[in-house]
Ligand binder design. Structure first.
Ligand SMILES: [Zn+2]
Length: 461
């Protein structure tokens, strides 16, 4: 049995019989590390070839709670996912589905270094690697042993450690990042158990991807593992938007972990390698802009997961990150409180709770009828939809919002199928506002704020 276990370990891409560390020259023991298609590389934004990877998608496995185990393998902290939960990617340049097996991190001893890839020569504070293998292989080890140039797909996310100023601005951090930080801290404590120290935990993968889940901006090229044996079998996807991490948090916790000889694991990144004759592609992610709306008393249309864009039927916001940006946008408050949960008795998806909290409920079939003035769903409208009404509904204020004409207000009411009336009152917001089932037009010049019973309808410049 011991022999079988040893054989398995030697096939794993991140462990090897031969000793190595980041200060030694790898090519002596691992010839492939001197190859022509090595990773990481510097990504040059000026010469990258534009490409359309809009069909690349992360499946639902990224959005649900995943169980797995975190361990220190002497070179990094590695989280091995429970593959039965089926997180995978497909589309874009991938010609098959790729199953997520593990993720791990690279980090520096201080800020300003730690990422493996660089963009236009710039290093980030760390880099997260989500390692997937092509689904026709039995597992990661089999894919890595295959030698096929597209056996693995690694999604890389830069980590950017915040400054005290960033924290002051209140950028929220996802539960998964906080749990990872706690687990990394616990893992760093002395351990004398008979088994390797492994920490079981639950995470939501999507929360590791920040704004990446809506696929803005990514580089793609063919390369290698960035640790010995440097096998050239990786389709790389490097996201250009970094994940923001609070200062004195996850990165500090990572740096507390020790390697096999008792030194802190840090600066566990490989220098950039020559591009040689490879091509680097860039997908800008530029799509049609999304308009978010707050819809009181909305009832979701679960029939296809997408409503028709009218009030009363609301397109569910599909990701927590999108929910956060919508909440910030609609409340004009970059530091609005944000939380995530999975519960059955609150609205599905994204909603504003009172006017000062944004929540994202992972339970997509939760109670529609829990919606009330405390729970106001935030939904999105796609301008391409036939019923797009063309106006922004402004919940909390009328800042930066142009008052529309009375006839436009009437047209808005007609499109929604609600009644229309005049309501000239100095105690109400100016212009067009509505409280179902009626839209009102106030011709008084007032500075009254919009609120949940007087939701302003105006034009954003
Ligand atoms: Zn890596």
């Amino acid at each position: 049995m011991a022999w079988a276990a040893l054989l398995l370990i030697s096939l794993l891409p991140f462990a090897s019989a031969a000793e190595w560390d980041y200060s030694t020259n790898w090519t002596a023991d691992f010839a492939t590390c001197g190859g022509q298609y090595q990773s990481p590389i510097n990504l040059d934004s000026n010469t990258a070839i534009p490409a359309d990877f809009s069909s690349l998608s992360f499946n639902m496995g990224y959005r649900i709670l995943q169980t797995g185990s975190l361990e220190n393998d002497g070179h990094t902290l590695k989280f091995t996912v429970d593959e039965s939960k089926g997180a995978s990617i497909a589309g874009g340049p991938l010609n098959d589905r790729y199953i997520l097996s593990q993720f791990h991190l690279h980090w520096g001893s201080e800020t300003g270094q730690g990422s493996e890839h660089t963009v236009d020569g710039h290093s980030y504070d760390g880099e997260l690697h989500l390692v997937h293998y092509k689904s026709n292989f039995e597992d990661l080890a089999a894919a890595a042993a295959s030698g096929e140039s597209d056996a693995l797909a690694v999604v890389a996310i830069f980590l950017d450690e915040g400054t005290a100023w960033d924290q002051h601005r209140g950028a929220p951090e996802y539960e998964t990042i906080q749990e990872l930080k706690m687990a990394a801290t616990k893992l760093s404590r002395p351990w004398r158990g008979p088994q390797p120290h492994v920490f079981e935990m639950e995470i939501v993968l999507e929360q590791l991807m920040g704004s990446i889940s809506d696929l803005t901006g990514m580089y793609h090229y063919m390369g290698s593992l960035t640790t010995p044996g440097c096998n050239e079998l990786v389709m790389w996807f490097v996201m250009d938007t970094p994940m923001h991490i609070r200062g004195h948090g996850l990165m500090d916790a990572l740096r507390k972990n020790l390697d096999a000889v008792g030194d802190p694991i840090q600066d566990n990144y490989r220098p950039t390698q020559e591009l040689n004759d490879r091509k680097v592609y860039y997908y800008s992610g530029a799509g049609s802009p999304t308009t978010y709306v707050i819809v009181p008393n909305a009832v979701f249309n679960h029939s296809d997961g997408y409503g028709n864009g009218t009030i009363g039927q609301c397109d569910l916001i599909l990701t927590a990150e999108e929910c956060l940006s919508a909440g910030r946008q609609l409340s004009n408050d970059a530091s609005i409180y944000f939380g995530t949960q999975t519960v059955a008795d609150e609205p599905a998806g994204c909603y504003l709770y009172y006017d000062d909290e944004v929540w994202y409920n992972y339970n997509k079939t939760a109670d529609d009828y829990a919606v009330s003035y405390e729970y106001q769903p935030i939904c999105y409208e796609n301008p391409a939809q036939p019923n797009y009404h063309g106006y922004d509904l402004v919940q909390n204020d009328n800042i930066d919002c142009e008052i529309i004409s009375r006839s436009d207000c009437q047209e808005f009411a007609d499109k929604l199928g609600i009644s229309f009336d005049d309501y000239n009152d100095a105690d109400y917001p100016p212009g067009c506002w509505y409280e179902e089932p009626t839209a009102y037009y106030n011709n008084m010049t007032t500075t009254e704020p919009c609120w949940y019973e007087a939701i302003c309808v105006c034009k954003k410049p």
